[in-house]
Design a binder for this molecule. Structure first.
Ligand SMILES: NC(=O)c1ccc[n+]([C@@H]2O[C@H](COP(=O)([O-])OP(=O)(O)OC[C@H]3O[C@@H](n4cnc5c(N)ncnc54)[C@H](OP(=O)(O)O)[C@@H]3O)[C@@H](O)[C@H]2O)c1
Length: 337
């Protein structure tokens, strides 16, 4: 076998720990698929003493993730910290600047700085891959960038936030009000202590911005998404929808009209029961793509969770190992004037 692909991983939370576990438990299988061993060399997080449920003694520990990004013996930096600014942005920028491939799950970073980082990756001739940034384990980025590359896409519509879907399906199932459903989602680990990003629709707006840039080849920002969330919805709204034969879901949508204009939105919608988005229960995600050659394509699956997201992270690492993904700019967009 050829030389190992040497990995550094920053962020050992839900996704980072699941990624390390999979790299450990399926090393032989992954090496076979990569055509070379995947060797995790270095890791970094804030707290060196925290038990993360995986053995880390075999790896070099960096208290400063920027030092990891600069380590000369790494080929790939995997960024799993999160956030559009601060350490995550600095780590990704430093790694690309130093000619390393980057794999990230960070939708906030990509939606806000994807164009700049994509241009940097292209300039450095290294891959910047982010399958895990949208819809967790659902392979929507590869589907748009690779599988549908011959198509013109006119619309992407989806449920991209598992937290909101869990809350809305609980409100209907348990006939309860929003605060109760939010608490239950938090207890089940589907909602964060501060749920603002999810319930006010910022998270699906970032995800749809990324998908729309890839699908339409146009520079967009999350601020262009007409956004409303679900915190104002009441038990009465859900009941009324049911009486009308409808189901409420938080739907993200990007449409390119015939004249080229693009409309981006995130809003609760009353859906007919046969709509594939209406049928999603709990923290599931789904994306429906309308494309000229294939017609309608629907992808459904686990939009979050450590294991599902690690699946997407490692698929990107395998792409780097096989040099399957072009080193070009992942966002070859036209800037609109
Ligand atoms: N969780 C999901 O289901 C999911 C799904 C899709 C995408 N994502 C994305 O995946 C990324 C990671 O999410 P997560 O849920 O795994 O987050 P998380 O559980 O909160 O873990 C974040 C990790 O980053 C580390 N970290 C935070 N700030 C740091 C800093 N300044 N320097 C070094 N390390 C730092 C933390 O260290 P300590 O542990 O020491 O505090 C922790 O290990 C995010 O971009 C998120 O949007 C998550």
């Amino acid at each position: 076998m050829t030389q190992a692909l040497r990995l550094g991983l920053v962020g050992l939370g839900a996704v980072g720990a699941a990624t390390v576990r999979r790299l450990q438990e399926q090393a032989d299988l992954l090496a076979d698929r990569a055509g070379r061993p995947l060797q995790l060399v270095a890791v970094s997080a804030r707290d060196a003493g925290k038990n993360r449920g995986v053995a880390l003694d075999a790896y070099r520990w960096y208290a400063d993730p920027l030092e990891l990004a600069a380590a000369p013996d790494l080929d790939v930096v995997i960024e799993l910290i999160g956030g559009a600014e601060g350490t995550a942005r600095a780590v990704v920028t430093a790694a690309l600047t130093q000619g390393k491939a980057v794999v990230t799950a960070n939708k906030a970073l990509l939606a806000t700085h994807g164009l700049t980082l994509g241009a940097l990756a292209a300039q450095q001739q290294v891959p910047l891959l982010f399958e895990a940034a949208v819809a967790g384990g659902v392979p929507i980025i590869k589907t748009i960038r690779e599988a549908l590359a011959a198509n013109r896409i006119s619309q992407i519509r989806g449920v991209l936030n598992g937290t909101c879907n869990d809350i809305l399906s609980r409100m209907a199932r348990e006939d309860c009000d929003f605060p109760h459903a939010l608490q239950a989602a938090q207890a089940a680990g589907y909602a964060e202590a501060d749920p603002t990003q999810d319930i006010d629709g910022y998270d699906p707006a970032q995800k749809m911005t990324i998908l729309a840039m890839l699908a339409f080849g146009v520079a967009l920002t999350p601020e262009q998404v007409k956004r409303s969330g679900i915190r104002h919805l009441t038990r009465h709204d859900v009941l009324q929808a049911r009486r009308d034969g409808k189901i409420i879901r938080l739907v993200a949508c990007a449409t390119q009209h015939a004249d080229g204009t693009i409309h981006l939105s995130v809003a609760p919608e009353m859906l007919l029961p046969h709509d594939p988005l209406a049928q999603l229960q709990g923290p599931m995600n789904a994306v429906i793509i309308q494309a000229d050659l294939v017609g309608q394509l629907i992808l459904t699956g686990a939009g979050a969770g450590g294991d599902a997201t690690a699946s997407a992270v490692i698929a990107d690492v395998l792409d780097v190992a096989r040099q399957g993904s072009a080193c070009g700019n992942p966002f070859p967009v036209k800037l609109r004037t």
